[in-house]
Design a protein around this ligand. Sequence first.
Ligand SMILES: [Zn+2]
Length: 194
Amino acid sequence: MSGEGNGNNEDDKSLEGLRQLIRMLAVKSGIDEAMADDLFDLLLTVDPEKGISDEEVEQMKGYKQADVRKVFRIFYDLRIASYRRGKHPDTGATRYYWYLDSRDADLALLRRKKQVLEKLKMRLEYERSNEFYVCPKDGTRYTFDYAYEYQFTCQKCGTMLVPEDNSSYIRVLENRISRLEEEIKRDERQIFGH
Ligand SMILES: [Zn+2]
């Protein structure tokens, strides 16, 4: 297994994260999530120099223009898509030509990775600064303070709690954090150069 392969895998995961976010926002706006997913795939294939109008999407895919605009608006708010104003080739009416801004998409992914990094760091801090107790029967986890308050018995089943060694979990978190930090550095070099 090469480091390269790992990196690509991480990128796939991040892209999947972005897709999940898009689906969630689509549902929130009352739009079919499969359609939002489909339009994201479509924009991935569109030449950014040309872009695609809502009318062209309607002709290609059969989606209503108003719905297409709503989805593009979601992409725009996520800052992964932009548009330029143009003229309709036949009627001369103003049209908007949408395209996926790959640099913006990269930036959106980078922002997400940084958010994940912050959460992991907070989790690590929490794990390092607390002692934990665990129920040997059902695995319920307690901080020392809670375990003490409950007189070291599990609140679910009443079993006596035992101290938990979280050092291997801490190592997992540390590894994940350093890998993500390297990945972020690499992404920043790619996006901003140097
Ligand atoms: Zn229990």
